[in-house]
Design a protein around this ligand. Structure first.
Ligand SMILES: [Zn+2]
Length: 67
């Protein structure tokens, strides 16, 4: 469960980030064509409206070499 960092309310998770009037979703990658880490998901606070983004599956990020 995600809590809002501003007001500590339980956030609504698993929302999608979409480009307005265009393609679906935003990817997180290391390079332009390689290193796909996943689509950006979004959580929103129903109390104050704060929105944050996250990657659902963090396994690929954990295995990544940080140089
Ligand atoms: Zn909030």
């Amino acid at each position: 469960m995600r809590k809002c960092i501003r007001c500590q309310t339980k956030m609504i998770e698993d929302l999608s980030v979409m480009v307005s009037n265009g393609a679906y979703g935003i990817d997180v990658r290391k390079g332009r064509f390689k290193g796909f880490f996943g689509k950006i998901k979004c959580a929103a606070c129903p109390e104050c409206g704060y929105v944050e983004t996250y990657i659902e599956d963090t396994d690929k990020l954990k295995k990544m070499d940080c140089e």
